[in-house]
Structure formats: C-alpha cells, structure tokens
Design a protein around this ligand. Structure first.
Ligand code: AFP
Length: 365
C-alpha cells in the first residue's frame, strides 16, 4: 500500500502475477467506483503478456485485442436481442430500412469482419460457415482462428446467457492455407478463450500461462481485469448435464453420477445440479465454482453432439491451464486429431480427478 502525496488517495496492490500488478485506488479507506479503478484493461494485460516474449511481433496481442472489440460489438447486439426480434416479426426490414438478421448471423458476420480487418488472420473456421474462410492478400496475417460466434442459440429468445468461443493457432509461415492448416489438434492452440453475454459481459482468455477474466464496463466500453490466474476448484460441487438424454447414455454415465452425488452427506448437500444449456456459460460457472460438465456420446448413434474444433478445444485449453481436464472418455480433448471441420465428440470437462474417474469407468465398462 502506498500514499499518493498529491491527493488524499491510497493505492493498494491487491495482487501481482509475473509482471502484472493490479492496483485499486481508495480515498482514505473508502472504495471508489470510477472505471479507472477497476484494474488493468484487456489491452494493457495482453501487452504486458507480450513483453514476456521478446521475439513476438505483436500480432497475437493485436488479435486478442480485436477479439475484445468483436465481443463488445456482439454484446451490444445481444443486449438488443428482444428488440431485434420485434423488428423481425414485422417483416424483413427494421425501422431504419436495414435488413433484419438473426443474432447468430450478426455475431458470425461481426467476428469474420473484425478478424479479416485485423490484419492478423490467415484463415478462420466458424460454426456458421460450411467451409473455412481464407483471408487473401495484404490483409492476411500469421494466425488461424476457429470460433463459435454465438453458443447457446436456443437461449437467445428467452434472455438466457450465451457466449462466443474462440481458439487461435499459428499458421505455418509461407504455407498455403488448406483444410490441414485448420485441422490441428487443440494442443497446438497458442491462445483460446470465450466471451459470456450474461448478467455482465465477461471475456476470458489464456495464452497458455494463466487464465484471466475481464468484465466489460458498459460506461467506458473497456474490459477490465476482474479475476486473475483463475484456478478451477479441484472438487466437483456442481454437476451439469442434460439428464433427459438418459435413454441414450452408455452404462458408465449413471455410475459416475451416483459416485459424485454419493458424496452428499445425510444432512449436508455438497454437490448440486446446474445446467443452462449454453455450454460456454455452463463451463464458465464451473470454472469459477468447481463443476463437472458432461455431454457424453449417444450410445445408440455412437456420436457426440458438441463440436471439437470451436467448442471443445478452446474450453479444454482453458480448463487445462486452470488445473482442470477435458476428455472424450478415452483421449484428452486437446490430443484428438480432427478429421473434419465440424467434427462432433463426447465431452467430459471439469475437475481433473472426476474427468479421470469418468475415463476409468469407461475403460471398465
Ligand atoms: P447451439 O449454439 O447450436 O444452440 O448449440 C448449443 C449447444 O451446443 C451447447 O451450448 C449446449 O450445451 C447444448 O447445445 C445443449 O444441447 P441439448 O439441447 O442437446 O442439451
């Protein structure tokens, strides 16, 4: 703590990770609520991380910052979701004569346009695009970005939290972009993250060292660091899954559930259930509070529902950096070699011990 000799303010250093100090300003014991007191901005944080890599050319920093810009633009549209719906109901144009688009299409177009203009991206793949999108000519950069522009679309119309998920890979310099450039295992991601549009807009990213969370301050339009070096709690206190899929479960699923629920004591519940139906939001809550998310393969079709490239891989990257784990039941999600752009897998993600328990039960089955 240090006194500012020129004012009546006191600066308190609340944490220090590597070269990233977080300072909060108080006026002689009383907390202030100015945006400037919230901590580092996303841009400051990204640039401070870049300083750890003296050979970096700054493109990854610029890219992460631009994803923050896309997040703000999408967030602004999400906040108007009900109004867009009203315009849509009256016809194909809104009051300004603009074409009405569905929110997931708006989010997709926003991501593609912001990334294309960033000058940092060689190609991208989106849940909303059948094929990958190449950035040609001078606008092309060093990275490949995969994303789900708006995960949890079925929650849009009912005001429930949704989010954008992204994973970033380095493109081999001088190599022409092909499908193989995109079909890399999640382990090769150089950074990943997501943006949750919930009670507040929260951006979470990791470049492999720490997982950090930023909250959008609507008044200043800045993302401020609000959780630093997040560690996923090692005990499962929340279970998240769609229990109506029970008829399609393999035999290990009920065994895992009874094992976790069996930890409840007669007079004290230690495990509860929470399921939103937006994977990214379920994951974010579990990351902070300690929860296990399951979307196992369908035992009848043998197929998973969630997409490997732009849903599971980025979240698995965040989970592992935060001390958790993610698996399809046999292989760590990050080690699966993708064969298709829109490949689906089973997903078990959360505290490492319970992901390992699921793998053991699957092997025993
Ligand atoms: P959409 O973004 O296409 O709606 O997909 C959402 C999702 O992939 C994931 O976010 C949910 O957890 C999951 O689907 C819910 O699906 P179920 O209705 O099968 O439980």
């Amino acid at each position: 703590m240090r006194d500012d000799p020129f004012t009546d303010q006191v600066w308190t250093q609340v944490s220090w990770t590597g070269r990233l100090p977080t300072l909060f300003r108080t006026t002689k014991g009383q907390h202030m609520s100015l945006a400037a007191d919230f901590g580092l901005t996303l841009t400051q944080h990204v640039l401070a991380n870049q300083a750890d890599h003296p050979d970096a050319r700054g493109q990854l920093s610029a890219l992460l910052t631009q994803i923050g810009v896309a997040g703000k633009l999408i967030s602004a549209q999400v906040r108007r979701a009900g109004l867009i719906e009203v315009w849509g109901a009256t016809g194909e144009t809104n009051v300004q004569g603009e074409r009405v688009q569905k929110l997931d299409q708006i989010a997709n177009d926003t991501m593609i346009e912001v990334l294309r203009r960033s000058g940092c991206v060689a190609a991208m793949a989106s849940e909303e695009e059948d094929d990958f999108v190449v950035v040609e000519g001078e606008a092309s950069g060093d990275y490949i970005v995969v994303f789900d522009p708006l995960d949890g679309s079925s929650n849009i119309d009912v005001g429930v939290s949704i989010g954008t998920i992204f994973g970033i890979y380095r493109q081999t310099p001088s190599e022409k972009v092909s499908l193989d450039s995109i079909l890399k295992s999640g382990r090769e991601q150089v950074a990943a993250g997501y943006i949750v549009y919930g009670s507040s807009t929260v951006l979470v990213y990791s470049a492999g060292r720490t997982v950090d969370c930023f909250t959008l301050d609507p008044s200043s339009g800045e993302f401020f660091l609000t959780r630093q070096d997040v560690r996923m709690p090692s005990r499962t206190t929340l279970l998240s899954l769609n229990e109506c899929n029970e008829p399609y479960w393999e035999t290990w699923v009920p065994k895992l559930l009874s094992s976790v629920k069996g930890r409840n004591e007669p007079n004290h519940r230690t495990v509860s259930a929470r399921h939103i139906g937006s994977l990214v939001v379920d994951f974010h809550r579990n990351l902070v509070k300690g929860g296990l998310y399951l979307y196992p393969i369908n035992a009848i079709s043998g197929r998973g529902k969630l997409r490997l490239l732009y849903e599971c891989n980025p979240l698995a990257f965040i989970a592992e950096v935060a001390g958790g784990a993610a698996s399809d039941g046999h292989t760590a999600i990050l080690d699966i070699k993708p064969e298709k752009l829109h490949q689906r897998v089973g997903l078990i993600i959360g505290p490492a011990d319970d992901v390992a328990l699921a793998e053991t039960l699957i092997n025993e089955a």
